[in-house]
Design a protein around this ligand. Structure first.
Ligand code: NAP
Length: 248
């Protein structure tokens, strides 16, 4: 049997970590991408225990040179990717559009959107051909709904939905599929970060504190299980579609 290999970005923490682990537990090699950290080292060790061909890939998606180096490392591990999960994401800056610093806004679009295009373009020789490669973009409810003080995040997630549709369009003839999925409200560091924003910067702060206090956040491993089938087995007919885990 051919070994399958998935690249999961943002695999050091939260949802990406849970997805990476689930993929490895099911026998897939996983290349776990995030900035260098102890958390990244620890997930690498866990992945290798389940799927020995797994590895961590240190990469800062805010830096094009770091993306290029990561692509070189990925190529040392595999010639073909069964899939990419574009999960890495940053909520910052949480600030009104009238006040947000331009460089922070641009950085958010770089990490959440431009890095996805850049990475995928450079990995193109490892995608498609005889075997379908499945690209999954982790979207958000914020791709469809404007949220006060989240303009960069909303714009990048809306852009990602369309990016996925464009990839589906161009990938159809070469066996590359792409879907986007909103994961619901997940109990991760990103939610903690949202709850720690100063109230003057974020009018919906109380709503997010309430979601946590009322037990409405879903654990990462639960969401990872809900996403697994889509990530590993979505069909060419589903390529270009947007899903929400709450509708699955
Ligand atoms: P998280 O716990 O904050 O994890 C974010 C991941 O992205 C981490 O692994 C982080 O790695 C990585 N990352 C951030 N900046 C990066 C950079 N510059 N370069 C490389 N990696 C970077 O957040 P999460 O909640 O699991 O989020 C996962 C995805 O779900 C995101 O796309 C998010 O937008 C989406 N989402 C989350 C929720 C939610 O309720 N949590 C809801 C809707 C959508 P390092 O910091 O270690 O580099």
């Amino acid at each position: 049997m051919t070994e399958s290999c998935y690249l999961v970005t943002g695999a050091s923490k939260g949802l990406g970590r849970a997805l990476a682990l689930l993929l490895a537990q099911n026998g897939n090699n996983v290349l776990a991408l995030a900035r260098p950290s102890e958390a990244l080292d620890s997930i690498e060790q866990m992945l290798i225990q389940h799927a020995p061909g797994s590895a961590s890939i240190a990469c800062d998606l805010s830096r094009p040179d770091s993306i290029a180096k990561a692509v070189e490392r990925i190529a040392e591990h595999t010639e073909q990717l069964a899939g990419i999960v574009h999960n890495a994401g940053a909520i910052a800056p949480v600030k009104a559009m009238a006040e947000v610093e331009g460089a922070m806004w641009a950085r958010s679009i770089q990490v959440n959107l431009i890095g996805v295009q850049d990475l995928t373009q450079q990995l193109r020789p490892m995608l498609g051909g005889d075997h379908q490669s499945r690209v999954t973009v982790i979207s958000s409810g914020a791709s469809l709904r404007p949220v006060h003080s989240w303009s960069a995040y909303c714009v990048s997630k809306a852009g990602l939905d369309m990016w996925s549709r464009c990839l589906a369009e161009e990938g159809r003839a070469v066996n590359i599929s792409s879907i986007s999925v909103a994961p619901g409200v997940v109990d991760t560091g990103m939610q903690r970060e949202i709850r720690s924003v100063p109230p003057e910067d974020f009018p919906s702060l109380e709503t997010f504190i309430g979601l946590h206090e009322d037990g409405n956040l879903v654990a990462s491993d639960v969401v990872a299980k809900q996403l697994y089938e889509l990530v590993t087995a979505h069909s060419m007919d589903q390529s270009g579609m947007r899903f929400d885990v709450r509708d699955l």
